[in-house]
Design a protein around this ligand. Sequence first.
Ligand SMILES: [Zn+2]
Length: 274
Amino acid sequence: MLDLTGTRVVAIFAHPDDEAFTIGGVLSAFADRGAAITLITATRGEEGEIAHPSLATPGNLASVREQELLDAAAILGISAVRFLDFRDSGMFGTEANQHPEAFIQQSTASVAKKLASILEEIRPELVITFSEEGGYLHPDHVHTHESVVELARLHPELIPHLYYNSIPREFFHELARQDQGVFAGMSEERWARMGQPLAAFDLVVNVEPYIDRKIAAFTAHKTQQPKEGERNFIEEEETRRQFAQNEYYIEAISNPDTPDPLLRLAEDLERTPS
Ligand SMILES: [Zn+2]
């Protein structure tokens, strides 16, 4: 197994649980190889769902989700979790979008400044964040992407390698077609922008040895699990195979002067039998 001791990786996402499913395998694989991983999360997800009333109330959801994230981070081997302390902006078109402390109400320049002070401390070799549509167009995901783009523009020296993570549009459409509940009523225009086309990805990382760990991290977010009677996707073999086995990355910045940790990891995973 490749030794990545001393390599510093930063993942920048919006809510507790964004780290678990789409990048959890890569983060676990980095951790197993000795890399130090810092997860920066913009909000505590206080506008999220509550799977069961015994788990949290709207009033304490932020602190409950903070603990859930720490539990998930421990499972994935993340070394440090940092919060930007903004408020969850909620789903597209909800009242929470307008809250003055909502993440999307902060300028990308001010978010980039906050991120820069953390990155100056860490000096990562690799940064991973959402792609431009933020997976499924959640306003906080899109705003995270735009803030990181601004950060890279202002401080290119802080990001030697930058990758965007997303979900193949083809899988997403199939899942959403089956599950009219969550995506019913979405406009054609938004529908067409879900995920990224398979052909857009530069790197598909096979993380099969880490599927169980990803699922354990995902289920550590207890408040975010399906409610009673709702469909539980991760219990379905085919969905698991499509979503959990591979992780999908678009290369945004690649500094030829420093080795690319994600590329090295992907090559190592190809070599190492599971
Ligand atoms: Zn999210």
